[in-house]
Design a protein around this ligand. Sequence first.
Ligand code: 5AD
Ligand code: SF4
Length: 576
Amino acid sequence: MGKRVYESLPDMAKARNRVDKPNLIKDEAKVSLRLASFAAGRHYLIKTFGCQANVRDEEIMAGYLEKAGFSKAESEESTDLVIINTCAVRENAEDKVYGEIGKFKANRRRDPQFILCVCGCMMQEEGVAKKISDSYPYVNLIFGTHNTHRLLDMLDEHLSRHKDIVNVLSHPGDIIEGMPSARLDNSSAYVNITYGCDKFCTYCIVPYTRGRERSRQKEDILSECRELVEQGYKQITLLGQNVNSYGKDFHDGTSFATILEEVAKLGIPRLRFMTSHPWDFSDEMLEVIAKYPNIMKCIHLPVQSGSTEVLKKMGRRYTREEYLDLVARIKKKIPGVFLTTDIIVGFPNETLEQFEETLSICEEVRYSSAFTFIYSPRKGTPAAKMKDDVPDEEKKARFMRLLKVVEETTNEASASLLGKTIPVLVDGPSKKDPNILSGYSEGSKLVNFPGPAYLKGEIVELKIIENHCHYLVGELLEDPILIKANGVKKALLEEPDVKEYLRLNKQIEENEEIKALQEKIGETQKKLVASLGDAKVKAEYESLREKLDSHPLIQNRESLREGVENLLKAVSGGLS
Ligand code: 5AD
Ligand code: SF4
């Protein structure tokens, strides 16, 4: 397409800004006629790198695109619009992005109207948007994390002005409600509760790429969760860079424990949350986690390092002892809890002794799994300016030693499930073999088992028969048809129309006036038969019937009949 317009480029100094009270914007997701006619019959593809926050952004961008009229593409070749949604947390995630952009040059060659967009955290780094714009002239739209909700406006601008646009904002960040969303899964859902991060750990780029820490209003979170429960979702994961900071910006005593408890009460079968920062993990939170059986007893608690000196340099706000004390409190309050973590190896000037403290903290806590990373300097962060005397080879060697320790405790946690019967939320057929299903245990352990694809989205009881450290093998204890039938019945009974139908039905059964009418109709019917269809009796019978049919309770129930019948038809449509 035409010339490139630079509307805005990121600025790391501005990205540090923190102000209270974010703007709350209600988006109307308007679609212009021009964009709607372009989108009709065209397909989109979004390629996401990085964490769950990016996955949720993908769902929201997909929601906007589907609202405009695009549909999801089946393959990279058959797509008319691609969005590459990037991650900036480590350098290797960034390297993959450049290769990915290169892949779509061929699409442009084939189709001059093909649209390529690059967005997300990496665009928020100084210099990156400009570099991509200069090196890949076929990229049409470059935007950041703060204007995802303006996707349709930007596409419209691109089409109307025949211009390629770069628009990356650096500001503390708003809260946008009312965004459409096309969820990637129909049993497990992410729900944002906070955006951004104010912790400024010295190695981390996130506070610069995602702005200030800001909490969504409780009612907005609850109505999103309520809708998911009504739609039959089995799992909700509350998302935030730091979920336990939730509500601090309201200055009214609202805390993460409050929202966690209120969501748990909605009755979602599985509730998770991530990520927790050890610094503000309260006892109140622990009480709530322990109290509700539907809150999974699995806590992701990034330690990053086992050395107090390194933690201090990282700006983590806790010592080794404080972290261990928190772990002890958690284990005491929630026996059998699964703890998972993130660890960084080779922070600038990390000594061998300090690294060994990381090994020993892992041995002590015995994580059921851990994400391990070699430190990656991020331009603009304080740690990137620190002199680093640890050679790369040494960092790799430490990383391998850490993997061994983590593997041992991961295996131990997996082995503890051998022979047990545990509930598993079925994710779907495995990529390698369609007859093998995969799912996750309460402690987030991957479990594979033979079973039919229609069990996707069900919570099934599995007997664990093999442990392969990073995954378990289980077997079904019940006939899958019966599991599905039960699941369908439960889901059907949860449907709002079915619930209302059954409620009205009960009221009708108990209503004295209706009971009397029905009795009278019965008697008149007998009289009618005995009188061989006497006209007077017939008129009396019909008037009674009319009275019954026009009773408000009966009318209300009948108005739901067609909808409920359609639901039943959809359910009996097959084991899809
Ligand atoms: N280098 C390596 N790992 C990092 N992480 C964040 N920033 C960096 C970095 N610069 C890791 C932390 C964090 C996880 C999401 O990514 O462990 O918890
Ligand atoms: Fe990054 Fe630290 Fe914030 Fe986590 S808490 S996102 S590691 S700055």
